[in-house]
Structure formats: structure tokens, C-alpha cells
Write a protein that binds this ligand. Structure first.
Ligand code: UDP
Length: 492
């Protein structure tokens, strides 16, 4: 055991050196070639030595802060994720230092090239190091003890762990403490997944006795238990409520929303919707993004909806996909509301279904009507009303009379969800979907982000560039959301 810890430490030091040294050499070579003579007092040998030392120190510190010096991790992307802010941060600081030394704004392209070269080179080095680590330290074999989930469900979460950890034994807590003890003795690390608190305490103590590391799959109770130190830090923010940070209860709620997110593809969702229509059932679908979740934290009605079993939350937004991964729920696929709405129209065309549309401006809704008549001639359009000039309740009465198979509301979050929720119980059948700004796009009134943005998961960037008024909303929801998720992760 101690031998392993020692090896881990040596490897850790070695890997930091292999990240910091090449980056420092690259920096000094570039600085000497391009920037040295722009400064008021060019450096010679000792000056370069000092500069290298400072660069190395700063990069090492950044890597430490962003967890880049971890030896073992759950996902291969983790070291890369810490590398990007470290390199960007250090190169930005040294660019500023260079400007100060030169007393004017020196050209930035040198540092841009340096940053790209660093990222390329260090990504490669990380890959080589991971290979080397597997050889020296071997795979970290985990024992996973779980409760309250099916084996398949737990297995799916673990499949997302493509880093140094591999679950080699899975044990249901139902098998009893003695069996757990036997298995713990054979392992160096143990993951506890939603164990009842009494058993969890016993297992964690036993692991400590046997020097086995304990990890926790995010489960609310587990997070509170994890460590007193983390908990104090966590609760400290409850008191400092004047900042925009979330309270502990809100963080748990955020995790509950995440836990309920639909884990499937747009194709499986389509099949599910088709099945609902065929059997004359009904389904309420929320296409959620970080903004939906953040609004729900201060909106009781939306909060209740997101936690309701009969409401299906699908991840419409890359922010949610990243969050789910960060929180340890594994890999999810994005299901864009606009794409799903289009698929529903296709289904309606194939099956000659009744569709009711409510929301968006008069121009957009008329364009939607034309588009449906033109492209989906077999769709029975039971209603198409703009979202500005009508009384919501009157429109819903009309919808109740029409009994549509598909009802889409484009009123923005959370108005559309609340309206559906208010009348949902009075409908006997149908798919009910809040689609946000989808009518604007489907009608051709607004353009969706170009393919390259979609492929790179940068649709959000396109939207804030084309509609700068969204920046505030974006910062308030997406950025805080990510920030909170990072915090939740840090206490796991
Ligand atoms: N909208 C509406 N009535 C309102 C406010 C908004 O019909 O009182 C429409 C608006 O025209 C747009 C959609 O609701 O088509 C919401 O779009 P947004 O992009 O704001 O929603 P998001 O996709 O961000 O949820």
C-alpha cells in the first residue's frame, strides 16, 4: 500500500515536471526570438533563467489549482480540462508582463502561437504520461458497493469512467456488511453509491481501517457525509447569502434535477413519443437547459414540475451535458428542442395527427402555418395562435376542445411549462412540449447556428453573438450553473 502511495507521489512529481519543463522551454525560445528586443532592457542569461523560473512556478501553481497534477482520475478528459485554463492563464499573465516590460502593447500573435503550440504539445505529453502511468501504477481497481439502483443503472454510470479507474467488482449492499468487508480487503479503493447512511458509515470506517480510499458517487446523503472539512466550506456559503451562490439545499435540488434527466437519444425519444401516441397516452416533455434549472431554483412551480415523475426532462443544451458529466452521471446526448419539434411534425405528417401550436409572434406563427401546409400537408393543424395577443386560458380552452395529439407551446421558459402544467391533467392524450424559440427557427424567421457551431457544441456562443441581449441571461444561468457544478464536484 505505502509502496503504491510512494510510487504515486513520484509519478505525480515526474508528470508535473514533464508538463512544466517543455512549456517553459517553448516560452523562453519564443520570448527570446520575438519579444526580448521589444523590451526596454533586453535580458541575457540570468534574466532568462529568472523568467523561466517564474514561468515554471506559475504554470505549476495553475496546474495544481486546476487539479492538473492528479495521478488518477475518472475521465481521460480531466487532465486536458485543467490544462486549458492553466496555459491560457499563464500565457495571458506573461503577455501582460511583456507589455509592462516593453511599455507598450506588444503584438499578441506570438503568445497566441505559443498557446496553441503548448496545448498541442502538452496534450500529446498527457497522452504519453497516461500510458506510462498505466504501466507504472497499473489500473486502479475499484470495488463498487451500491444500493437503491439496479445493477444495470450503476454499470452505465461506471462505463463513462474512462480514466485510470476500473470497477472490477460490483456488490449490492443487500449482500450484507460481512460480504462488503471481505471484498474491501481485496481492494485499494472503494466507491459507495447511495448506501443507506448506517451501512455507509460502517463501510467507510472499515475502509479507513484497511487503508482503502473511499469515493462517493453523487448521492445527496453521501455528499453531506463525505468530509467534515468540505461540509464546513459548503455550509459557509449558506451564511454568506448576499453573494449569488446557491444554498446547500439548492445545490441538492440541482442534483435532483440532473438525476431525472432523460438518458437516451433523440431517436429513442421519438420512439417513446410514437408509442405514447399509438396507445393514446400522454406525455409532458420539458426541453431543459441550464437556464431552466437555475430559474426553477427560485420558482416553486417550475421546481415542482422538474421533480415530478410524470414530467420528462430532456437535455437541450450542451451546458447540461457537461454538467451531467461533471456531476458523475456519465455521458448523455443533447436533444435539441428545435430538432425534436421537427421530428414531431414529421410524425404528425406520417400519421396525419392533430397539431396545436401556441406562441411566438404573429409573423412567425403565420409562417409556421404556411410551412406546415406546404411541407407537412397531412398534418391536421388544430390551432396556431401567436403568444402575445391572446389570453392563455382562452387558448387552452380551445386546445382542450380540439384534443390535439401534439401540443407545442413557444412562450419561453418557464411560461410555456407552467401553462402546460396548469391544463395537463384535463387533457386525455397527447404529447405536450415547451419549445422556446423553436418556432422562430422552424418557420425560417431566424437562422439556427451554422453547422460548424453545432458540431463544436458552440450554439450558445452563436446565440449570444447574434443576440447580445442574451449575455446577461447567459451569465446568470449558464455560468453560475457551471460554477455551482464545479463546487458540487469539489465536495464530492
Ligand atoms: N414569446 C411569446 N410570448 C411572450 C414571450 C415570448 O410568444 O409573451 C415567444 C417569443 O416570441 C419566442 C419564444 O417565446 O419565440 C421564446 O423564445 P426565447 O428564445 O426567449 O426562449 P428560449 O428558447 O430561450 O427558452
Amino acid at each position: 500500500m505505502y509502496d503504491y502511495e510512494l510510487k504515486k507521489r513520484i509519478y505525480s512529481l515526474f508528470s508535473v515536471a514533464w508538463l512544466v519543463l517543455p512549456a517553459t522551454v517553448l516560452f523562453i525560445l519564443l520570448w527570446r526570438q520575438i519579444y526580448n528586443y521589444m523590451t526596454t532592457f533586453p535580458y541575457y542569461f540570468k534574466g532568462f533563467l529568472m523568467l523561466s523560473f517564474m514561468y515554471a512556478l506559475l504554470l505549476g501553481s495553475f496546474l495544481k489549482v486546476f487539479d492538473g497534477v492528479q495521478t488518477v482520475y475518472f475521465h481521460r478528459v480531466e487532465p486536458l480540462l485543467s490544462l486549458v485554463p492553466s496555459i491560457l492563464g499563464v500565457n495571458f499573465i506573461f503577455y501582460m508582463v511583456t507589455c509592462l516590460l516593453s511599455t507598450y502593447l506588444v503584438p499578441v500573435w506570438g503568445f497566441a502561437v505559443l498557446t496553441l503550440a503548448d496545448l498541442l504539445m502538452l496534450s500529446l505529453i498527457i497522452k504519453v504520461l497516461a500510458h506510462f502511468r498505466d504501466k507504472v501504477l497499473g489500473e486502479q481497481k475499484l470495488l463498487l458497493i451500491y444500493a437503491g439502483h439496479s445493477k444495470q443503472e450503476v454499470k452505465r454510470i461506471c462505463e463513462g469512467w474512462d480514466g485510470a479507474y476500473k470497477v472490477d467488482t460490483m456488490l449490492s449492499a443487500d449482500e450484507g456488511f460481512d460480504k462488503c468487508k471481505k471484498a474491501i480487503k481485496k481492494h485499494r479503493a472503494v466507491v459507495l453509491c447511495d448506501l443507506p447512511s448506517e451501512l455507509r458509515d460502517k463501510v467507510a470506517l472499515y475502509c479507513q481501517e484497511k487503508n482503502a480510499a473511499v469515493y462517493f458517487v453523487p448521492g445527496m446523503s453521501d455528499m453531506i457525509f463525505k468530509n467534515g472539512h468540505g461540509l464546513h466550506y459548503f455550509e459557509g456559503h449558506l451564511i454568506r447569502k448576499k453573494t449569488k451562490e446557491l444554498t446547500m439545499a439548492q445545490r441538492f435540488t440541482l442534483l435532483s434535477y440532473l438525476k431525472k434527466v432523460y438518458r437516451g437519444s433523440i431517436e429513442t425519444l421519438y420512439e417513446r413519443a410514437q408509442e405514447v401516441i399509438e396507445r393514446g397516452g400522454k406525455e409532458f416533455i420539458i426541453t431543459a437547459n441550464p437556464q431552466t434549472f437555475m430559474s426553477a431554483l427560485s420558482d416553486d412551480e417550475l421546481n415542482e414540475l422538474l421533480l415530478k415523475d410524470e414530467v420528462l426532462t430532456v437535455p437541450d443544451g450542451y451546458g447540461l451535458i457537461v454538467a451531467l458529466k461533471l456531476a458523475g452521471f456519465g455521458d448523455y446526448q443533447k436533444i435539441a428542442g428545435v430538432e425534436f419539434a421537427k421530428l414531431l411534425l414529421k410524425m404528425a405528417e406520417i400519421k396525419s395527427l392533430k397539431v396545436f401550436l401556441y406562441g411566438a409572434s404573429e409573423e412567425v406563427i403565420r409562417r409556421m402555418e404556411e410551412m406546415i401546409k406546404r411541407d407537412y400537408p397531412h398534418v391536421v393543424l388544430a390551432g396556431a395562435y401567436n403568444g402575445y395577443d391572446h389570453d392563455h386560458d382562452e387558448i387552452m380552452q380551445k386546445a382542450l376542445e380540439e384534443k390535439p395529439d401534439i401540443f407545442m407551446a413557444a412562450l419561453g421558459v418557464p411560461a410555456q411549462e407552467k401553462l402546460i402544467a396548469k391544463y395537463y391533467d384535463r387533457f386525455e392524450k397527447g404529447i405536450f412540449l415547451g419549445v422556446g424559440g423553436s418556432f422562430d427557427v422552424l418557420s425560417g424567421y431566424k437562422k439556427r447556428a451554422p453547422k460548424v457551431f453545432l458540431d463544436l457544441n458552440l450554439e450558445w456562443l452563436y446565440r449570444i453573438c447574434t443576440e447580445p441581449s442574451r449575455i446577461k441571461k447567459f451569465v446568470e444561468s449558464n455560468l453560475y450553473f457551471m460554477f455551482e457544478l464545479k463546487r458540487i464536484k469539489s465536495i464530492q
